[in-house]
Design a protein around this ligand. Structure first.
Ligand code: GLU
Length: 424
């Protein structure tokens, strides 16, 4: 095949290159033809907008916003919007492609997209964030739509921002369009179970993987990096199933307790402490980076990209890594993880519970109907479990690690769909 090899990867990778190097390996296993390879390699659309926003002191600050649609081959594109100072085009491009693969792995009828605004929401007032969110949505009127491109929460955004997006979009259409965004507050057509969905999917993936590795959850220990929505829900749900959570962390540092951390207590502390674990007294505080190399059975990176790298991969002692974050492992570190025989439930599989329940939210909005939490959880657990088993089966069939198997499942599905739809 005549693919041009992706550029050699450095550690501390460009996230798009990191995504591409896995894509490349999976494409070779599948014998993907050059035409489809090139179609899937390049995002369909990349939009960069400049957003002037009036700040509370009367000054006008200009923010940069992005929306990248990687693919709409499987259906309308889907993916969150991130508010963070680290947002840049390469990151958004990689995250958009990961959404394509993620939706394909769990077999929901969506393509992949991602958006972001370079800003620090922690330093902004609610009014400033609202004006920024409305300005962004307004600039994306031609892009967003219930049948075109559907945003959702990601780092730095939540139901509040989704409500503003829905309202701003609806104003321009002259009617309420709640299916144009997911992750909304319940009263606006949000779905029961959406808040905990990503963490719940992480738990389901962890349980499925432990079963394969013959690890008894009641005797297992875990360390969870990141105590935002994904990490804290994964922690509580894993604890409920018997796993002793030995360490948790956030930007304030890592907190370890050999007897297991009382997660409910940690959540209460965080909720009463402006979202931070700072000062949590139910554990000893250690350096944040140390969490990754603790002697536990299960490691759950649930914070951000590129945290398991060449710097620390050799010291990792867990038998299982369940990726709650998008892209937490650098492509170069993959090789060492595989050599050590660590099983990975990769991001595009393990954190797909969020977008799965986003899909349910969209379905309910379009039906004008509401499902019970029980129905949402039962259906999403089934989807996550089936996706895990499919990826596991492919990893045995092709004799490849779980990550490459997940890419194989995803790329195969998108490529087959493309072969029916075709190009110009
Ligand atoms: N931002 C989440 C993710 O990375 C959710 C996306 C969605 O629900 O559309 O999977």
């Amino acid at each position: 095949m005549g693919y041009i090899e992706p550029a050699p990867i450095k550690d501390k990778e460009n996230p798009f290159e990191s995504m591409m190097s896995r894509f490349h390996i999976a494409a070779q296993h599948l014998g993907l033809n050059d035409e489809v390879y090139n179609v899937l390699k390049n995002p369909t659309k990349q939009v960069i907008v400049s957003l002037p926003v009036t700040m509370d002191d009367g000054s006008i600050k200009v923010f940069e916003g992005y929306r990248v649609i990687h693919s709409n081959i499987l259906g309308p594109s889907k993916g969150g919007v991130r508010y963070d100072m680290g947002v840049n085009l390469d990151e958004v491009k990689a995250l958009a492609a990961w959404m394509t693969w993620k939706c394909a792995v769990v077999d929901i009828p969506y393509g992949g997209a991602k958006g972001g605004i370079k800003c620090n929401p922690r330093e902004m007032s609610a009014g400033e964030i609202e004006r920024l969110t409305r300005a962004y949505t307004n600039n994306m009127i031609e892009i967003f739509g219930a049948d075109r491109d559907i945003p959702a929460p990601d780092m730095g955004t939540g139901p509040r921002e989704m409500a503003w997006m829905m309202d701003e979009y609806s104003r321009t259409q002259g009617m309420t369009v709640n299916a144009m965004v997911t992750g909304k507050p319940l009263v606006l057509g949000g779905s029961l179970g959406r808040t905990e969905a990503t963490g719940r999917g992480v738990m389901v993936s962890a349980m499925a993987a432990m079963e394969k590795l013959k690890i008894n959850p009641y005797q297992a220990t875990a360390a969870i990096q990141g105590f935002g929505n994904v990490g804290s829900w994964a922690a509580i749900l894993m604890e409920e199933r018997g796993v002793s959570i030995r360490a948790i962390s956030d930007v304030s540092g890592a907190y370890v307790n050999e007897k297991g951390i009382d997660i409910q207590k940690a959540i209460e502390h965080r909720n009463n402490n402006k979202g931070s674990l700072e000062g949590f007294d139910g554990a000893d505080r250690i350096d944040g980076a140390e969490l990754l190399t603790l002697d536990v059975d299960v490691l759950v990176p649930a914070a951000m990209e590129d945290v398991i790298t060449m710097q620390n991969v050799k010291d990792i002692r867990a038998k299982l890594i369940v990726e709650g974050a998008n892209g937490p492992t650098s492509a170069k570190a993959d090789q060492f993880i595989n050599e050590k025989g660590i099983m990975v439930a990769p991001d595009i599989l393990a954190n797909a519970g969020g977008v799965t329940v986003s899909y349910f939210e969209w379905v309910q909005n379009r039906l004008g109907y509401k499902w019970t939490a029980e129905r949402v959880n039962r259906r999403s657990d089934r989807i996550m479990k089936e996706a895990f088993n499919t990826v596991y089966k492919i990893s045995k069939e092709y004799d490849v690690p779980m990550r490459i198997a997940a890419y194989i499942v995803a790329i195969d599905k998108v490529a087959k769909t493309y072969s029916f739809r075709g190009g110009f």
